[in-house]
Design a protein around this ligand. Structure first.
Ligand SMILES: [Zn+2]
Length: 272
């Protein structure tokens, strides 16, 4: 499995599928595993990596959101306290999410030696914005709606590591499964955190991390720009040439279906 980044505090694993990241934060007295994913061989690689670490008292499994690719590794990791948002716990689309996993495993004849199920959560993030203590460290957690309806970010306030879930990727424009307006709010939240100067590393759910503040700001700008363009297109103010636009990305073929879904959502939310 590819390790995108490795230091004494942070390891970023990258799956061969959708370039999905799994982040491991290493504290003195605790570890936090975020969204462990994809193939059984990749999950085994991550588990093996953790088994070689000095035994820690506290192990946490943090879910940024309930999209199927981010919860798929649940149950493979036992003895972890799970963390997710209240909206995640109240998620109504559980069955549809699990169905996506069984469909993709079926399509690929993928065997899993553990039961795939929707995560049971031990530590529920109730507030839209809050501080939590894990091990001997403080973290900031906040809601980021718009991509889906139960996303949260995790910020290590001491080290400046920001795990953003499916926002601010360098390989995807915004995918709107929940709300156009909420997505704009989430970008404002992320922009505030980044411009406050406390982020030393931004880790998206898909694609590459960055430690460059200018690039973080650029990613916020690019996401806002895409949303502004689809809004203008919908309002008939300025046509959006998606075919030309999407050429900047490495995987343009699959992206048109996400764009089409985004356009349908904008039509529902933005009145002409
Ligand atoms: Zn994802």
């Amino acid at each position: 499995m590819r390790i995108q980044f490795e230091s004494k505090d942070i390891v970023i694993f990258e799956s061969a599928l959708f370039r999905t990241t799994t982040t491991l934060l290493l504290g003195d007295e605790h570890i936090i595993l975020v969204d462990p994913n994809w193939f059984p061989v990749e999950l085994a690689f991550i588990k093996d990596y953790i088994s070689k670490l000095r035994a820690t008292a506290e192990k946490y499994l943090f879910f940024t959101h309930s999209d199927y690719d981010h919860i798929i590794g649940y149950n493979f990791f036992t003895g972890f306290k799970t963390i997710a948002s209240r909206n995640f716990v109240n998620q109504k689309a559980e069955a549809a999410i699990l169905d996506k996993i069984s469909t993709i495993d079926d399509d690929n004849y993928t065997l899993r030696e553990y039961k795939v199920s929707f995560p049971e959560i031990d530590i529920v993030i109730e507030e839209r914005h809050t501080q939590i203590q894990l091990g001997n460290k403080n973290y900031e957690v906040g809601y980021l709606l718009g991509h889906n309806d139960d996303s949260i970010y995790l910020l290590d306030t001491e080290k400046g590591t920001l795990i953003a879930g499916d926002y601010l990727s360098n390989i995807e424009f915004p995918y709107l499964y929940h709300s156009f307006h909420a997505y704009i709010q989430s970008l404002n939240t992320l922009s505030e955190i980044i411009t406050s100067g406390q982020v030393s590393m931004l880790i998206p759910g898909h694609g590459d991390f960055t430690s460059d503040t200018q690039e973080m700001k650029q990613r916020v700008h690019d996401s806002r720009d895409y949303l502004a363009q689809i809004r203008q297109d919908h309002l008939g103010e300025k046509p959006f040439n998606f075919e030309a636009y999407v050429k900047r990305y490495s995987f343009p073929k699959v992206m048109s279906k996400f764009h089409e879904a985004n356009m349908i959502l904008v039509k529902k939310e933005v009145n002409k």
